[in-house]
Design a protein around this ligand. Sequence first.
Ligand code: ADP
Ligand code: MG
Length: 571
Amino acid sequence: MTAFQAIKRFFEPIFREPGYFYRMVGVNIFFASYSILSVLFIREITHILEVKNLEVLPKYIVLYGVFNIVFFISTYFVRQWGWAESAHHLLKMIHRDYMKRFDGLDNTYTENIGTGKIISIAAKGSEVWMGLIIDSISSITRLVIAIAWAIIILSNAGWMAVGIFFALFIIVHIGVHFLNSRSSEWRKKRVDTMNEYDRQIVKMIMSKFEILQNNRIGREIEVLDRHTDEAKIYNLRANDYHVAMFSLPSFVFFIITISILIATLHIPLSFASLVSMFMITAVLKETMVDSIDFFKNFTKQIYTVQKMWLLFDDAPKLTGLHEWEAFLFKKGEIEIRNLSFDYRWNHVFRDFSLSITGGQKTALVGLSGSGKSTLVKLIAGYLHPATGEVVVDGQSLNEVKLRDYYSHIGYLTQDPSVFDGTILENLTYGARSEVSETELRKAIELAQCEFIYEFQDGLGTEIGEKWVRLSGGQRQRLAIAKIFIKNPEIIILDEPTSALDSFSEEKINIAFHNLFSWRTVIVIAHRLQTVKEADDIIVLEHGTIVERGNHSELVERNGIYAKMLELQSGF
Ligand code: ADP
Ligand code: MG
């Protein structure tokens, strides 16, 4: 990426609505003018004092006072209008954009990275990015104004002065750049360590009971401490360079001050110009220290933003969401051809082939870790094979518009999620058309969701993180009701009743059977009692099919299935 492209990418969110960019520039011009006008006022007043023109003195002092009051009052509005609003807008742009991008990321990729890491990088990245955009606009605007002003003032003292100023300016910046690049190595290490630290925190929060139960809090905190200690060391190393960096402008301005003082010995300077010169020097020094501070922060924090770019932008995308041909549903025939699939460190399927007849019920059984969930995710078009293809009704999922395909799929995951919102909103989340009252009641009844009516607000009950929390079994039944409401053509159920009592399970299985008897149903179940009536049972082991047939065939065969059945009915 060229420097120009990098800059464009960095400022892209603010340029989407340039109005906010101009606002921020305006705000900074406003603040920079305050220092300049103050110097001019003071110069005027000292001049008046010097020539003892006492009649106009009160007028100038009042004017200076009014100027300050007006400035401080306007600050409130200017900040509100230029900063608070722009910052909020920027953050909104970044979040909106990145959540959309997340939606479009390849699912294998996001599964491999893990939720904790994605949350930490995205949350920090967007916050930091917003801050950096605001800071860079303000820093660049102020620096430009300060330099322009210095040129105007110094040109009165001759072009020689302008030349010296620029030479010093460039020397300071080269020095800063050198020292900064030295320290940035250490800062990168620190950011990496702090990311590990965040991950540890996410882990500790998510595994509270596990930690409590095993009395491991001490150990977990030790890990946390190790990360902070490491980060401290890196910070100290980086700090060695920072001290030098910030001393540089002070040193240069010390020399300038001394030079001005010595110059007064040779060139008689008025009191007013001496005062204003020192004030200008102070303003310039402040601007320079600010810009160094910005430069340091920028190079330190851009790494966090780059991590977000890397995670989201340079990552494999979910292809085929909108592209390619529309998917045409026919019978729900599924054929898997020479498919291979790996997670980052796990080889799950190698040259795997399977065909599933449309309009019937296929059950997948096998020990945990044998690849059942992965297989149905591939069929659901959630994961994509590395090689080979999943063909549904003669159309390869590698070549159809996935959005179309998804509309025909009802995929119940092992751990169904609930969205913040009412029960009604949750139930109709996936509905393909308007849902009537009767359809809704029917689905609730079939999915054994009558518990809904026990809540005070019934269907209007707010559920989710902040509201009524549902039990695992209730969530599962709600998810089943959702499937009944969506009423899709291909139904994929990953242990749909694992959290239910056998009484509800039995009833729901009957409902599945009645409603979906002519649909393509693929179900994973560990309780073999529930797969008995499947038309086709597939036994998986380490990503290969080891047995296949209907219940009585498999029992007769007296292989793995028969053994599993025997073990289960023993209880
Ligand atoms: P099952 O559903 O039969 O228990 P899975 O399909 O969930 O099996 O898992 C198959 C293999 O893939 C297991 O070895 C598991 O450890 C691995 N696996 C599953 N999900 C992931 C993931 N997100 N990242 C890495 N490996 C995974
Ligand atoms: Mg599973």
